[in-house]
Design a protein around this ligand. Structure first.
Ligand SMILES: Cc1ncc(COP(=O)(O)O)c(C=O)c1O
Length: 393
């Protein structure tokens, strides 16, 4: 049966992580893997998560099934954190999903039940898994202009031009904040202009929010969602708790489908529940129960905000640190975009050969596109990173 299949190369990022792990050089630095790290280079369990888990251990009475849409208490509190009242509740179908990835694939499954051959436009570039995941799900994938690699900035006018040419009724995916892989987000004025085109072209927005709270704060990072909620009849939001709660392996996310009215919401909810039943039946509960415990408790919620601020602040600080370290070592080169970007990622802006040399000659690991995760920078390794980059330039 399986003779017709070919052996595939390992996923590029997973392969890179393994290569770095097996590198015995003391000075090795991993700027590839897409997880948050503290100054000690660890991805710790948040204190509030530990506390919520303890409460669950003490109080949880059953591990019985919950249902395809996941727990209502999680869904409602996540809906409120996402929309903040910008849409009436009866228009929103909600499903807890195994991470943001499953939120995207369930969204695609439900969309394809409604519209065979639906087309989704994504930014060029976009998260490395968007096209494989959503294309494999069956959506027709197209790209719109987004990033100016020379200026390391949003290519705003060309972007608007492609958006204006998208056929009416197509779907368009935006990253709510902390664009992966560039870190470059539209500002609020630019989002308003983009939203007007979405309305004018009758596009259906799909918002991927994998980093709520990692750019500015929970509300500012959801700006585009709340802006669009008041302007469009339908919208899909995929929110992930992997990064902002550090719950990567527990697989927690939510799919929120904003529909035109409550009758349509009921239909979409029934279709989404039914779709999930045919795929993984029900989402894992533990991580969602942790998030719900935190968000429903004033004390834990306040502590979470502090931990989230710490993560966000560290990312900002590391961006400044690397920019400054490069300023003195590579005076002819401009790395100011590092501090204009949000979240964990930025393009360094060097060729694949230089990326290879950084790995081979300096033990500094990043993906081929020269996307770096600034969470891999620490005050201790920044000099080595900057020396290495300057050496290959
Ligand atoms: C833009 C974007 N969307 C979605 C995801 C999916 O996250 P997860 O499935 O781990 O929640 C990621 C993870 O890196 C991401 O960067």
């Amino acid at each position: 049966m399986f003779e017709s299949l070919e052996l595939l190369a390992p996923d590029a990022i997973i392969g890179l992580i393994a290569e770095c792990r097996n590198d015995s050089r003391d000075k090795k630095v991993d700027l590839g893997i897409g997880v948050y790290r503290n100054a000690a280079g660890e991805t710790p369990v948040l204190d509030v998560v530990k506390q919520a888990e303890q409460r669950l251990v003490d109080s949880q009475a059953s591990k019985s099934y919950i249902g395809s849409a996941g727990p209502a208490d999680f869904n409602t509190v996540m809906r409120d954190m996402t929309f903040a009242g910008s849409v009436t509740n009866e228009r929103v179908a909600m499903l807890q999903t195994p991470g943001g990835s499953a939120s995207l694939s369930v969204a695609a499954g439900v969309v394809l039940r409604a519209m065979k051959g639906a087309t989704l436009w994504v930014s060029n570039p976009t998260w490395a898994n968007h096209i494989p995941l959503l294309g494999e799900a069956g959506l027709e994938m197209k790209v719109y202009d987004y990033y100016n690699a020379k200026r390391h900035s949003l290519d705003f006018d060309p972007m608007l031009e492609t958006l204006r040419a998208i056929p009416r009724g197509d779907m368009i995916l935006f990253h709510a904040s902390c664009h992966n892989p560039t870190g470059i987000d539209p500002d609020e004025e630019q989002w308003r202009t983009i939203a007007d085109i979405v309305v004018e072209r009758e596009l259906v927005p799909v918002i991927d929010m994998a980093y709520q709270g990692f750019a500015t704060d929970l509300d500012t990072d959801a700006f585009v969602i709340r802006q669009l909620a008041s302007q469009v009849p339908e919208m899909i939001v995929c929110n992930s708790c992997s990064k902002n709660f550090g719950l990567y392996r527990d697989r927690v996310g939510i799919l929120l489908i904003m529909t035109v009215d409550s009758r349509t919401r009921d239909i979409v909810q029934s279709q989404a529940d039914n779709y999930v039943r045919t795929v993984y039946s029900m989402p894992p509960d533990h991580g969602a129960a942790v998030v719900s415990t935190i968000l429903h408790d004033d004390g834990l919620h306040a502590d979470w905000i502090v931990e989230l601020e710490e993560m966000r602040g560290r990312l900002r600080d590391m961006r400044v640190l690397l920019r400054d370290a490069l300023r003195t070592r590579a005076p002819g080169h401009d790395f100011s975009h590092l501090v204009r970007a949000n979240g964990m990622f930025s393009f360094l802006g060097v060729s694949a050969e230089k990326v290879e040399s950084l790995k081979r000659d300096h033990a500094v690991y990043m993906v081929d596109s020269s996307r770096i995760n600034v969470a891999g920078i620490t005050p201790t390794n920044v000099d080595h990173i900057a020396d290495s980059i300057a050496a290959v330039l």
